[in-house]
Write a protein that binds this ligand. Structure first.
Ligand code: MLT
Ligand code: MN
Length: 310
């Protein structure tokens, strides 16, 4: 399985357009230790010819331009794309709005939970995806299904599973109580398996806590790409950027007794990679003590253009 990290930043990217915090400032000033990152998305392929996107970020056009594997084939028809499917892990702006760049009469298939499909249906701007070309397929939770586009198998299986999380920011319902109206299917993890080899990756860009079912699922995995939004739960508050904790945003922090470093420490995952890093996260800086702490724990930090083969 070939895996391309198209974008490794959280919603807003790095540096976020209006952020003048200390970490963003390093990137604005062009410091080579603070490499810019577009918003989180990956492309996966079994054959190197047909590709599935895991989330479609608002930076998709730029990400395609930077990835020759995703360009239209020179020997193909006048309209063509190697991207045959998009699999969505949540309904956040950074996960779905790249779909709007995928109009223009190109067949592909969108896979998402029933909840996320309902969100897309409720937003009429997504009608730019003409149903004559674009199929929308529901991912049942906890069941494996083959990824295919208009009957053509991509050689990949996907399983969507619930993870602790939150409804998309723009759908939060303050009147619904502390869970803000969150329901099952609002945040999912994706297991993608290459049919020919059985190689499997986990993509979990948004996750509020590692509960027992998630820990059991990840035990012994070959590759986990995991929510690296914040290094510490209160870093946005400490940096004076917002009054929100990571928990309020539905994101586990990297550090701390409840953090993901601790939660995955004894799960024997062969390769652990943080993705979806927020513009406030000091681990974005290559030379930071936080990055060194991550590396000592056996984790990597994804960067745009990173390629992984399984
Ligand atoms: C998140 O991951 O919390 C969202 O991307 C936030 C947002 O939509 O800005
Ligand atoms: Mn996000």
């Amino acid at each position: 399985m070939i895996i391309k990290i198209l974008g490794s930043g959280a919603g807003g990217g790095f540096p976020q357009w209006n952020c003048n915090g200390p970490v963003s400032r390093r990137a604005w000033s062009g410091n080579p230790d603070a490499k810019p990152r577009t918003q989180a998305s990956m492309a996966v392929s079994a054959d190197g010819e047909t590709w599935a996107l895991l989330n479609a970020s608002p930076d998709l056009r730029q990400q395609i331009a930077a990835t020759p594997e995703l360009h239209p084939r020179a020997d193909g028809p006048l309209r063509n794309s190697p991207i045959r499917a998009v699999v969505l892990s949540n309904g956040d702006v950074d996960a779905v709005t790249g779909l709007l760049s995928m109009r223009e009469r190109q067949p592909f298939t969108v896979y998402a939970s029933a909840r996320i499909h309902a969100t897309l249906r409720a937003n009429s701007i997504f009608n730019v995806l003409d149903p004559a070309y674009v199929d929308r397929v529901e991912l049942p939770l906890g069941k494996t299904m083959r990824l295919a586009d208009h009957g053509r198998d991509l050689g990949l299986d996907v399983e969507a599973f619930s993870v602790p999380g939150k409804i998309a920011l723009y759908l939060e319902d303050q009147a619904a109580g502390p869970n803000l109206g969150t329901r099952e299917g609002d945040t999912i993890g994706l297991a993608v398996t290459e049919q020919a080899t059985g190689q499997r990756l986990y993509f979990i860009p948004s996750c509020a806590t590692v509960d027992a079912p998630l820990a059991a699922r990840l035990k012994g995995a070959s590759l986990v790409l995991f929510d690296g939004t914040l290094f510490t739960d209160d870093e946005l508050i400490k940096q004076g950027l917002t009054d929100k904790t990571g928990q309020r945003m539905g994101h586990i922090s990297i550090s701390g007794p409840q953090g993901s470093l601790a939660a995955l420490r004894s799960l024997d995952v062969a390769r652990k990679v943080y993705i979806h890093l927020n513009t406030s996260n000091p681990a974005l800086i290559d030379t930071s003590p936080e990055r060194a702490e991550i590396a000592r724990a056996g984790w990597e930090v994804a960067f745009d253009g990173m390629e992984i083969r399984l």
